[in-house]
Design a protein around this ligand. Structure first.
Ligand code: PLP
Length: 640
């Protein structure tokens, strides 16, 4: 990637190669002929194509401020349908005798609109919910009203949690209480006898098969959740003694999220199917095996075992589960269990993205100083100028080393007090100007000398974007997750700048410097030169799982404005904005930190009044200032 515009023939195909949109887009995103990102929100309607730029323009015309979340409800529905259909088809092809009864893990995206859409799309497949905490259970109790779908209850449980679960049983829901820790079992037995409500019990087994990737520690002996084989056997005897053995219906495992390597899934299926078969043979009436979550997303489009990728498709994943269980169970001569999975990331990641504007550029050579010779100037400045004049094809590598040395000497001279601020500004300006000429000369060579390969990176820009990493891309900050970042428009134009991205928080960690690269992960991404008076929109994609809901209040930016897009064939643009959810206003985020907006306004007004009394502010002007302050309190937290 060259910095200057060495003209390469550019096309949308080149853009596709650079940003790998189709590779991570899963059929939903592509670079359109018009050079804008194009969305195909329904997997069964490949002809339906929405121009993302048109959505943005419509939002702008409705006065919706950026950054904003764009949520595609059709993508959510498509993913739910695809998972359920694929499981059903595979089960049929394999002559597998159990059913598939999936659940959506609420923790992945707890937003009401998301849960409602998933429940609705999954109704005809009896797709249920998984809860991992009391608040999630409380929501699931109200929303999963389908008596034929499962509600799987994971996470640590106190008596209140168990009581809520039994309330569900009482109102005819299929609540499966998964025992994560032995002591939960004794609590549950006491409570269910006291209330006279029979539970459906699941046992989570601590697996030896290890997930690979960031969540590796979700399995193995030291895992936080689950019962060892010894504890499982003890649980079975305890329940047998209490006359409750018949309530053990489900065997559960979860070896981690974002499983990058298909081999981990194969191994886990083999281990779990054997445990299942042995327990069934001992007379434990298991009906379900829950394979947990972990179905990964190829965020970087590399189809590899990179942490942000995976080496398999959803079809292969489902094949390995269905055929794996069939084979083991047939060998062991036990019935095929019903299969449950808890895919969260794979259901929701694609359906939402964050769109924002680049509002500025930060570049080391951004400012320029007049470098004309002045009388009596320091010799280092003169030398630097001579180097620029003498630069040519044959000495550019030498020049590269010389200017670095001169810059260092200038700094020493400045520290000794023999170089002025003006002279330092000249050195800086000359240095960056020469560096960019050296780079241009180097790029013309057939072989770029190794040490000169670092120049494009030294010359890269930081694009300042109106968003907060802590709110919108928490995992990028916390666990180095790669999220696809792509300009929304101008994709039919060659990008000529290498950039990293910085956000508007006052935190030097508020940046993104991991991008989809040609072979590996790159520190920079090619972007277009900003144009005066023209908005440059970028999209942060695949934010629908975890990112949507894990954001924090760093710098009090709060939640983003949000639009819900529904595709609609009769509309000339094939979409309409179904709903607008307003993001956090300043008074709302301040209230969460215990401030009272009215009191803040009064306090500032008092100070203004004081200055009015002293004659420092005119009364009419004072009123304008307080109105302005109150307007800001009411406004959006992000930059206008
Ligand atoms: C987090 C979690 C899931 C969801 O995992 P994904 O990788 O998002 O599919 C499923 N089950 C359990 C027990 C979990 O903790």
């Amino acid at each position: 990637m060259e910095q200057a515009s060495n003209s390469v023939v550019w096309s949308v195909e080149e853009a596709e190669k650079t940003y790998r949109v189709k590779r991570w887009g899963n059929g939903y995103f592509a670079v359109g002929e018009h050079g804008n990102i194009e969305v195909t929100p329904r997997y069964d309607q490949p002809k339906l194509k929405i121009n993302l730029r048109e959505i943005i323009d419509e939002m702008a015309s409705e006065g919706i401020e950026f950054p904003a979340v764009i949520r595609f409800h059709d993508i959510l529905r498509s993913q739910v349908e695809q998972l359920n259909r694929t499981f059903r088809n595979t089960i049929e092809q394999a002559h597998y005798e159990g059913h598939y009864l999936g659940v959506f893990p609420v923790k992945v995206n707890q937003m009401r609109e998301v849960i409602e859409e998933i429940i609705d799309a999954g109704a005809r497949f009896n797709y249920g919910l998984e809860a991992g905490s009391k608040p999630e259970l409380i929501a699931a109790l109200a929303y999963n009203t389908n008596e034929n779908s499962l509600t799987i209850l994971n996470g640590y449980k106190d008596e209140e949690y168990l009581r809520l679960a039994l309330l569900g049983t009482k109102i005819k829901r299929k609540m499966v209480i998964v025992i994560e820790k032995f002591s939960e079992l004794t609590k549950l037995i006491t409570l269910s006898k006291m209330l006279n409500i029979e539970p459906i019990i699941g046992l989570r087994v601590k697996m030896m098969a290890k997930g690979r990737g960031k969540w590796e520690s979700s399995s193995g002996e030291r895992a936080k959740f689950g019962l060892s084989i010894t504890e499982i056997l003890n649980a079975v005897s305890l329940l047998e003694k209490e006359g409750l053995r018949h309530t053990i219906k489900l065997l559960h495992f979860h070896i981690g999220s974002q499983l990058t390597d298909i081999r981990a899934i194969k191994e886990a299926v083999q281990e779990a199917s054997l445990i299942y078969a042995r327990l069934v043979k001992q007379g434990v009436p298991l009906e379900y095996v829950d394979v947990g979550g972990g179905l990964a997303i190829d965020y970087d489009g590399s189809q590899s075992t990179n942490d942000s990728s995976c080496n398999y498709s959803i079809e292969e994943y489902i094949n390995d589960i269905v055929y794996g269980f069939k084979q083991s169970c047939d060998l062991e001569e036990v019935p095929h269990p019903n299969l449950v999975s808890e895919s969260g990331r794979a259901m929701t990641a694609h359906h939402s993205c964050v769109v924002t504007k680049v509002i500025g550029e930060i570049h080391p050579s951004g400012a320029k100083y007049n470098t004309r010779k002045t009388t009596g100037e320091h010799i280092i400045v003169t030398n630097m100028r001579t180097i620029e004049t003498d630069l040519n094809q044959s000495n550019f590598q030498e020049t590269y080393n010389d200017i670095a040395q001169l810059k260092e000497q200038a700094l020493q001279a400045f520290k000794l007090g023999i170089m002025s601020l003006e002279e330092m500004a000249k050195i800086e300006t000359l240095y960056w100007r020469i560096l960019s000429q050296v780079d241009a000369l180097a790029q013309r060579q057939e072989f770029v000398p190794e040490e000169l390969k670092e120049i494009p990176e030294m010359m890269s820009s930081q694009y300042l974007a109106n968003f907060s990493v802590f709110q919108s891309a928490a995992d990028s900050w916390a666990i180095d997750q790669v999220l696809p970042i792509v300009p929304i428009s101008r994709l039919n134009e060659q990008p000529t700048k290498l950039c990293s991205l910085v956000d508007i928080t006052c935190d030097s960690d508020g940046k993104i410097d991991k991008f989809i690269g040609e072979d590996t992960i790159a520190k920079h991404i090619p972007m277009h030169q900003l144009k005066e008076g023209e908005d440059y929109f970028i999209g942060l994609f695949l934010t629908g799982a975890y990112q949507d809901v894990m954001g924090d209040m760093h710098n009090l930016f709060g939640r983003l404005n949000e639009v819900h897009i529904v595709s609609y064939d009769d509309d000339p643009k094939d979409f309409y904005i179904e709903e607008v959810v307003k993001g956090s206003s300043v008074d709302k985020v301040l209230s969460t930190m215990q401030y009272t907006p009215e009191i803040l306004a009064q306090m500032v007004k008092k100070e203004i009044d004081k200055q009015i009394q002293r004659g420092k502010i005119k009364p009419r002007e004072g009123v304008q200032w307080i109105d302005f302050y109150e307007d800001c309190l009411d406004g959006y937290t992000y930059l206008k």
